[in-house]
Ligand binder design. Structure first.
Ligand SMILES: Cc1ncc(COP(=O)(O)O)c(C=O)c1O
Length: 418
């Protein structure tokens, strides 16, 4: 898509979406960069042979050790606040080095209001921030200004187009003050699509609402409203779940941003005219169709209200993101297939909490599961495996296997990747 628009661009895989080293290796093979959120993520990228200019650091907290490592390895950093700038600059002076930096920008105007973000420098002040502190005699004379960065919460195309447009204005203002912007990084949040049809998605919402407002059977555990609030038998808000169905997603999502008009020309044209590279940092959407999570059935039982609970050898943090539930049905892999006796179950996990449900939704299986049967959650590489994974109760973390087809199929532990 970028080449169709003749746009100079780089994709940085947002590593936080999955800790597997295999994805860093794959990013490298594709010529992508990697967006890192911690010292360990950076270190692994260097160890796996990524060149420093293919790494960007957007870590929310950058301490002395992390910044020192970036300086030693000449890894460009995106700065977020004054304290970070002070620390980075002090280290650069101490180490007698310079470093490429980008500035995170926020506070974009949208629909007559400022978009809130806890991150970044305000878009109305960033030009003054850079011009007054950088350059040969500036407070941050060791910084080498290279570009601007933003990452917006949510999945709005118009908000991203507005932010890009306003960032281009900042780049123009900086150019008038002698600072060349080499890249604009529009972050991640590039939406992906999990479902085959809009009907499934709409039907789910309808059946969920019906189950919450009427006497019909629950479809979520104890009629969990998935983040909606029930007041006077009315449901307020929407389920707090990822938008699992989207018509415009991945490359077409980015295309819709870039083709939005600014002053009579599409945004991509403004980037080309100013010789500014476009950078994106997709996490989830880059991992589409690239991971599954498998757990063994440990037990079956009835709860006090008659539901069938199926205990899995896993815990909730291994299938958990900011979405109130994962809305894809898992695959059932029985040891002894006996079709014809469907059964409705809830999956529960190993943590000692009443609310330790792997999925809040009731799942229909083609038969009553046996101990040792496998449940396979699909398309989980993006945030569903590791983002919140914890070792509470001293459980071992799950094993991460890489499955590769070379001459035949082979599986090996991710940590063996070098
Ligand atoms: C700075 C930054 N870049 C990229 C991403 C990746 O976002 P996504 O996985 O939604 O594409 C995130 C996610 O939080 C982020 O904070």
């Amino acid at each position: 898509m970028f080449s169709r628009y003749r746009l100079n661009s780089t994709v940085f895989f947002a590593r936080k979406a999955n800790k597997g080293k295999c994805f860093v290796k794959a990013a490298k093979e594709c010529g992508f960069g990697v967006d890192t959120a911690s010292l360990n993520e950076m270190k692994e990228c260097i160890e796996l042979g990524l060149s420093p200019e293919k790494i960007t650091v957007t870590a929310a907290v950058k301490n002395r050790e992390l910044l020192g490592y970036a300086i030693t390895n000449r890894i460009p950093v995106i700065v977020d606040n004054w304290d970070e700038c002070d620390l980075l600059h002090q280290l650069l002076v101490d180490m007698n080095r310079t470093l490429q930096v980008g500035f995170r920008v926020s506070g974009f105007e949208y629909g007559g209001e400022k978009l809130y973000s806890r991150f970044g420098f305000d878009s109305e002040e960033i030009c003054e921030t850079i011009t007054s502190t950088m350059g040969d005699s500036g407070k941050y004379h060791k910084f080498r200004y290279h570009g601007l960065h933003f990452h917006l919460n949510g999945y709005s195309i118009p908000q991203r187009a507005g932010a890009l447009s306003q960032t281009l204005d900042v780049a123009d203002a900086l150019a008038n003050n002698g600072f060349r912007t080499r890249y604009i990084d529009i972050g991640g949040g590039i939406v992906m699509n999990y479902l085959a049809s809009s009907e499934e998605w709409e039907n789910f919402h309808k059946v969920l609402r019906d189950s919450l407002l009427t006497e019909v059977d629950e479809i979520t555990f104890q009629k969990d409203p998935l983040g909606m609030v029930k007041v006077d038998n009315k449901l307020l808000g929407e389920p707090k779940v990822y938008p699992y169905y989207n018509e415009v997603f991945q490359d077409r999502f980015v295309e819709a941003i870039l083709t939005t008009a600014k002053e009579g020309a599409p945004l991509y044209r403004h980037l080309i005219d100013r010789d500014i590279e476009l950078r994106i940092e997709p996490g989830r959407s880059l991992l589409d169709q690239s991971g599954i999570t498998i757990a063994r059935v440990a037990f079956r039982k009835k709860d006090a209200e008659g539901r069938t609970l199926v205990g899995l050898e896993m815990n909730r943090t291994q299938m958990f993101s900011s979405s109130a539930d994962y809305l894809l049905d898992p695959l059932f892999i029985p040891q002894h297939p006996k079709p014809g006796s469907p059964t409705e179950v809830y999956f529960v996990g190993a943590y000692c909490l009443e609310q330790e449900l792997i999925l809040k939704r009731k799942i229909s299986l083609p038969q009553y599961p046996e101990i040792g049967d496998l449940i396979c959650f699909v398309n989980t590489a993006g945030y569903m495996m590791h983002f919140y994974e914890s070792e509470a109760h001293r459980f071992d973390l799950a094993r991460n296997l890489v499955v590769e087809k070379t001459s035949g199929w082979q599986a090996f532990p991710d940590e063996e990747i070098i």
